[in-house]
Design a protein around this ligand. Structure first.
Ligand code: HEM
Length: 146
């Protein structure tokens, strides 16, 4: 059976004798029940089926994320280094590079939104203050002369 072969491949990856299997997000998505729950954290695929009942945060949150990229939820909770260490036990392979989220500053959309926030946080308020200053001066001078 295909699942059995994959588990062997995953076991080989964990023991270090073979390349890690690569899964697409679509494949991960088919393991989204309490009979088989896989999730993706930082581009790695984890089979958390046997961890569901043991998770200190409850099985519901894991099932909610099953079959998906759970990186954000995992990080939002601020898991301890113990929790990060536990991940290794459930590792079964890598996420396909095409399905990987861009992490870090290489993402061009981050840079452009960074530029947008520079404009809105600094230049627009400075410009506003300048205009207000000029208007103030204009009206004050105008008021005095009449
Ligand atoms: C294989 C992945 C995961 C592992 C190994 C794991 C492990 C743990 C561990 C050991 C704790 C206890 C506190 C700590 O040491 O940080 C914990 C707490 C928690 N986890 Fe996870 N977790 C995983 C995935 C997730 C995901 C995807 C969510 C989604 C929201 C989640 C939500 C929580 C919550 C809400 C708590 C807090 C429980 C509390 O403070 O009462 N966990 N987890």
């Amino acid at each position: 059976m295909e699942g059995g072969r994959r588990r062997e491949a995953a076991a080989a990856a964990v023991t270090g004798d073979g390349p890690a299997p690569v899964f697409t997000l679509e494949e991960v998505g088919t393991h989204n029940s309490n009979r088989e729950a896989w999730l993706v954290i930082h581009g790695r695929v984890y089979d958390v089926t046997r961890f569901l009942e043991e998770h200190p945060g409850g099985e519901e949150v894991l099932l909610e994320q099953a079959g998906r990229d759970a990186t954000e939820s995992f990080e939002d909770v601020g898991h301890s280094s113990d929790a990060r260490e536990m991940l290794k036990q459930y590792y079964i392979g890598e996420l396909h590079p095409n399905d990987r989220k861009k992490e870090g500053s290489k993402n061009p959309s981050t840079t452009s939104s960074g530029q947008a926030s520079f404009w809105s946080t600094w230049l627009i308020p400075i410009f506003g203050v300048l205009v207000l200053g000029l208007m103030y001066r204009y009206y004050m001078v105008d008021g005095k002369s009449s």
